[in-house]
Design a protein around this ligand. Structure first.
Ligand SMILES: NC(=O)c1ccc[n+]([C@@H]2O[C@H](COP(=O)([O-])OP(=O)(O)OC[C@H]3O[C@@H](n4cnc5c(N)ncnc54)[C@H](O)[C@@H]3O)[C@@H](O)[C@H]2O)c1
Length: 347
């Protein structure tokens, strides 16, 4: 079966921008990879997935409305790519100013896609028209699927999931969280008897550009929910890969200790930041060095994730580097404060 046929089977409109983006990646055949899962929950090999059928279509293919909690960098990005893929989205944010800011980001981001001829003006307008905003949680009722992307605070998230379980009484509505470090199993407990429909759907920043969605089933998550999450991420133009629910999942478990080690190397005088980043870029083909990346992520976030790793994996080797912590104490958080490892003069 050809990839183009699979994209249509997956419910994607022929000629739509999401269809074109996916088709351009047909070498990796993400739709088939998303639909075929081995019994042990591991995605089957790319070689195997390009062989004919042995997959089934999941109800995620018919998801037509999405509720997104949080209009920040991540929630806004998730809403945008969902709208581009044809899904009607309602974004909830309770904080003044967040919604207006998100609307501005959508307009700017979509107009860049138009400028670069990645989509037409009509497609961008149609995507914008599919996104609605609300400051009332209850107004999300009726959506087919929920993605939570509010502040990285376990109490806030668990409170919300208890409310979401009541607002969405149908078991069929999946409650996904975009947390980058909190245990999905812990968040799922807040959904009480419907914990099996809670799943991690970890998008990457900036969402419209980054290809991966790390799909993280909690201990309680049903296999069907995991499969539907993979199918939905694919429909949204992303490549889903599964990681189990251990602190840091895969992305942060591998990335953050490397960033932390770069701070140790700097602290011990092994090399200066420019040299550390240059060596990793030129020698390891990284698109940006680990210290530059730490500034982009936010040094406070890096410390937070290292703390989660140290706590969750019960191992002191994940403790945040003293120099990294010191920069945070000094308010040097990276791009967002204009100074971290490097300086970023206001434009
Ligand atoms: N920034 C990243 O690189 C990144 C990457 C992957 C995952 N994440 C995760 O995504 C989530 C959101 O991160 P972000 O970077 O978008 O943060 P952000 O600060 O840009 O946005 C968070 C939004 O949530 C809103 N919010 C806070 N508390 C709320 C509440 N109780 N109810 C409703 N809205 C609330 C805020 O007003 C804000 O608009 C976090 O869990 C984070 O760990 C972040």
């Amino acid at each position: 079966m050809r990839c183009s046929q699979n994209l249509q089977l997956a419910g994607m409109q022929r000629g739509s921008s999401a269809y074109r983006i996916l088709l351009a990646k047909r070498g990796r055949c993400p739709v088939i990879s998303a639909l075929a899962i081995l019994p042990n929950n591991a995605p089957i090999s790319l070689h195997t997935i390009c062989q004919p059928p042995a997959f089934r279509l999941h109800s995620a293919m018919t998801i037509s409305s999405l509720a997104v909690l949080g209009a920040g960098q991540m929630g806004g990005g998730i809403a945008q790519i969902a709208a581009v893929s044809g899904i009607n989205v309602t974004v909830f944010d309770a904080f003044p100013g967040a919604i207006a800011k998100c609307q501005g980001v959508h307009k700017k981001s979509l107009s860049k896609f138009v400028e670069k001829a990645k989509m037409t003006q009509a497609e961008a307008d149609a995507a914008l028209a599919r996104i609605k905003f609300t400051d009332k949680l209850e107004a999300l009722a009726g959506a087919d699927w929920v993605v939570e992307a509010v502040v990285e605070d376990v109490k806030v998230k668990k409170d919300l999931f208890t409310k979401l379980a009541a607002i969405f009484p149908s078991d069929n509505v999946v409650l996904a969280t975009n947390t980058s470090s909190i245990s999905i199993t812990d968040i799922a407990t807040a959904a009480g008897s419907t914990a099996h429909r809670v799943v991690g759907m970890h998008f990457f920043n900036p969402v419209p550009l980054m290809q991966l969605v790390e799909v993280i089933p909690a201990v309680q998550t049903s296999k069907d929910v995991t499969e539907r999450t993979i199918a939905l991420a694919t429909k949204m133009g992303k490549t889903p890969l599964i990681a189990n629910d251990r602190a840091g999942f895969i992305s942060n478990r591998v990335l953050m200790p490397m960033i932390n080690e770069a701070f140790y190397a700097w602290m011990e005088g092994v090399a200066e930041p420019q040299a550390i980043d240059g060596i990793m870029k030129l020698g390891c083909n990284f698109p940006m060095g680990p210290l530059r990346l730490a500034d982009f992520i936010g040094l406070d976030t890096c410390v937070h994730i290292m703390n989660v790793l140290a706590e969750g994996l019960n191992n002191d080797r994940y403790r945040a580097c003293p120099l990294l912590k010191q920069l945070v104490t000094a308010g040097r958080l990276g791009d967002k404060t204009g100074r971290g490892v490097y300086e970023y003069p206001a434009k």
